[in-house]
Design a binder for this molecule. Sequence first.
Ligand code: SF4
Length: 228
Amino acid sequence: MHAATRHALFRRLREANPEPRSELEYTTPFELLVAVMLSAHTTDKSVNAATGKLFPIANTPRALVDLGVEGVKPYLRSVGLYNTKSRNLIGLSRQILEHHGGQVPHDRAALEALPGVGRKTANIILNIVFGQAEIAVDTHIFRVANRTGLAPGRTPLEVERALTRNTPEPFRRDAHHWLLLHGRYVCTARAPHCASCILRDLCEYPQPSGATKPAGTRPRRSARRGGG
Ligand code: SF4
């Protein structure tokens, strides 16, 4: 995709949604970290339902450690993999208390050392909480980046690197949210809404039916495993 086209694509996304926001509900950096960690392999809606009950009871590392693994399980039953996520949540809280003074760490290595936290979650925290121009690549962003031709790649990491390279500076901070929301609601996995898509004339996906799926619209299986 030509640089001018990339610029036009992001300009349209910005015009349509000047201040994109996460659909996860949170009020503190720690709550966001917990919500993102819990969102692996489930929907934001089910995470919000769980944290809506959990956070009024415990929304700090200290309170969660006090609650313990068995204490958080009843709140996490709706998010899937709740046994693992409960253990990770308490381990993450303990590590933040013991090594980071109870605060969410602001460097990638420390974030990725937390239980249940992978590169994607670290990028989201670095982007939203600490204002760094990191672009987390989830399944929606992977799909949109490949279909449009914006940042083709065979793995999430390849797409992340291409997006980091190809996203014009003014759009880097919000690129993650624009592409995620576009993938979630317009450029959907099975039947993209090309006819009403604001990017249609810029997009390299075969038109008009969208029935012919180009190679590389899903990450390789091995690249999709692992924690958020
Ligand atoms: S035109 Fe279709 S394939 Fe391209 S971004 Fe829009 S919905 Fe996705």
